[in-house]
Ligand binder design. Sequence first.
Ligand code: SF4
Ligand code: SF4
Length: 377
Amino acid sequence: MTKISLLKRADYNMAENAVKEAVDLLGGISSFVKPGEKILIKPNLLSPKTPDKAVTTHPEIVRGIIRLVKSAGAVAVVGDSPGGVYSEDINNLWEVTGIADVCKEENAELVSFEAAGSREIDINDANIKKALFSKIVLDCDGIINLPKLKTHTLMTFTAGIKNFYGVIPGLRKVEYHKLASKNEDFARLLANIYLFLKNKIRFTLIDGILAMEGNGPSSGKIRKMDMVAACADTLMLDAFLFDILGGNKTAKNHVLEVFGITSEDLKHLTIIGDLPGNFNLDNFTFPQARKLDIVPKPIVKILGKFLWVKPIINAAKCIGCMSCAKSCPVQAIEKKDKEKRPSVIYEKCITCFCCHELCPYKAIDFKKSMLVKLFMQ
Ligand code: SF4
Ligand code: SF4
């Protein structure tokens, strides 16, 4: 039986206790971490957003884990590689997300995955022959994964497994979107990264006190979920969370499909702590663009070319910073000389939605085909 600890905690003032309790319910930190080990703590630091925006793992969750790791006699190192161009000003990201202060106060090393250097690794992926991994990820003794509970416009849902995409440094992440451009291929890439790291992962603890629904992972709606959950098995934690959020009824999760996870597998989970029924889970919404995934295959075969959702730049919100263009793997965003704002070249666009994920001003909306507008609102 796989154990999942699930706790209801209403705010981040209680985060340290919640983290400790969640790990204690799984057997305590000493069952995961040994004295003298170098443990990499991997939060989700997607972009420079303050903790109240629910885009990044809350610093108080990170503090709780640093203290636990140290209490076990191990060395705590915190690190990540943000999305798109944000690694170019990593100190700003550390400051804004609150991670710099926590690491300083707790005397834990804070490592940029780019600055740590990288190595190419064969992860047995059909599209990415050699994947570039940050050296710190390869050289540490173990990893504690601290994702944020959010939706994701490309992958439907981001929790434990998707958080490991951050081990790929800098803009290489953008490049792999081009090489694994179909949803199924990108899900397989995430699965292969996870499988490569699996033996190093001590446990995953998810920050779902403030979660995100709708068009995540950065422009969705903040949802107060009051949830902290932990498990030694990242895949089963993701499967459990997706299920209790109603994902198995209303959406599709390509990563879980790669692993062939079914409702039968969920029966082998033991939930310790609070019951799922104690949480505000009703009518959780998944990204609009992913409604395409649940159209039956025979309909897609006939009407596929009339069923689409594409990014469109909202002129009222866009300030012309061009971060989206730098994050586009196929250079499908361009600004003409006399124009203040860029536009999307649809002939090139592979609908990876990196631009939507990384626009700091929530200025990427969705343009829908007539059929999608009529039948999939
Ligand atoms: S859409 Fe967003 S990222 Fe792109 S130029 Fe406008 S504000 Fe910048
Ligand atoms: S325009 Fe946006 S959705 Fe299209 S390929 Fe570029 S980043 Fe991806």
